[in-house]
Design a protein around this ligand. Sequence first.
Ligand code: ATP
Ligand code: MG
Length: 592
Amino acid sequence: MILRLSQLFVRTLRDDPADAEVPSHRLLVRAGYIRRAAPGIYTWLPLGLRVYRKVEQIVRDEMDGIGAQELQFPALLPKEPYEATNRWTEYGDGIFRLKDRKGADYLLGPTHEEMFTLAVKDLYSSYKDLPVWLYQIQTKYRDEARPRAGLMRGREFVMKDSYSFDVDDAGLERSYEAHRAAYVRIFDRLGFDYAIVKATSGAMGGSRSEEFLARLDVGEDTYVRSPGGYAANVEAVTTLAPEPLPYDDVPAAHAEDTPATPTIATLVDHLNEAFPREDRPWEAGDTLKNVLLVLTHPDGSREPLAVGVPGDREVDQKRLEGQLEPTTVEPMTDEEMKAFPALVKGYIGPAHGGRTVLGEESETGIRYLVDPRVVTGTRWVTGANVDGQHVIDLVAGRDFTPDGTIEAAEVRAGDPAPDGSGPLELARGIEMGHVFQLGRKYAEALGLQVLDENGKLVTVTMGSYGIGVSRAVPVIAEYNHDDAGLVWPREISPADVHVVAAGKGEELFAAAERVAEGLSAAGLDVLYDDRAGKVSPGVKFKDAELLGVPTIVVVGKGLADGVVEVKDRRSGEREDVAVDDVVARVTQVVRG
Ligand code: ATP
Ligand code: MG
């Protein structure tokens, strides 16, 4: 097959698009692979579509390889199944909703658990029909709050989603392992540097859950690894709670004047000046920082929440949200704080002087959750709920009792892994795949039951497995580019070889044409730069580098001596090859 650049629907751009923040986005637009249609919504141009289809085919191969069956649901879906599982409500602003002419509600599917569950219920009724693994490669719609980096976080994107249906837990475990293994093969073939990490199951519910994160500095996920093999998304990291401490010798809590100390740093400085410790200086970690938030539940109701963390750590918004999903979280505004006169901004504490200010049973009634490190017997400096005053020697379990704990504090490099496997190291990545055991949540909500061996009705147990197929294209581009442009891996490149007719005259173009035809006849996909007229060899070379086909054949000056140049896009290595041998040589290079 030959794609002729003189006719191909593509325009390369010399300048970066103004809205592109990451290299893959810049280069995919500049090289004419994609165009923006609306925020977070993109068009695949012919070259981009070829790349996308190669990725899709790798995913399809491996899914077919484990015996999963492909089908396709509509993207436009009725509301009712999503109401049955409460996701019509839980998704909140996250989905696109629409009405038909009769006023009936529809949505554009953000993910399809409901539809798969109902399809199996529709067709199957016996344990003999199971297990069954079904998948689709389908466009999904999510009204993401922050679409970014082109196709990496789109509002329209393509996902491969598969679902397993089993009669029992052992079956689910086998289905999960088979999918996990297929994912390993897919991500190996796509050339990702990835980690498989523990995940929170979030809005989906269910139990065992892992993410495949491609290591990427521009990714939005942070994950941790320990020398002993612990790996988790920071959202899922659990904190090792210390043993409770004895507090018999701790003096009674006492409020002290700490004027103008609304921040942890000003407080610590003041403590060291006015109340120096004998053993060591005060540190931020000796203080208890209380952060006020407002939760919005899926049904729209709002609830204040106070979170207490050691003062040397920030509250990590993503970790917090991960624990509370699908509820959303915002900081409490000054206006909202006015409803609680007991709270003094900058000097908030759980209790002192006979008053309890935070907690469900307190004056404010605000639920109060603390970091797992705040165990019974730990001593804190925290707000006294009086302007310019803090309490010293406030003991957890003696002077205040939180309503519970929450994993909201930031995770730091060097923190111990919860399984004792050593200090944690942090890295950035982007979620490429997610496998998890849904269990019976959806089957229960939608009534998916089958008869077991004894003729008894049992609820089916499910797994759900997703891959971001369209996201994979920019991620591959992030891994495979240089200053001059894209550098596609062979299995994903839109063509096997890029032939450049570099020069003028009928003879040169005729020779280049023969080379292109010969390569095509040998079964290779050829991108042929046959542009004549004003397009100089320099422009053609630049475009070849930008487009990123891994092997470039230049038919140019050497022709007088009967040679053409074969160039490796990645290494830049060039060799002169006799025109008559070029098909054999390139075929050898391409086929490895
Ligand atoms: P993320 O944490 O990146 O928002 P998610 O957990 O919401 O992803 P899942 O519901 O698990 O995503 O979807 C399965 C896969 O679909 C993800 O692993 C990811 O590769 C892809 N994906 C999810 N959201 C998007 C998006 N907005 N744009 C492109 N791909 C996406
Ligand atoms: Mg996910």
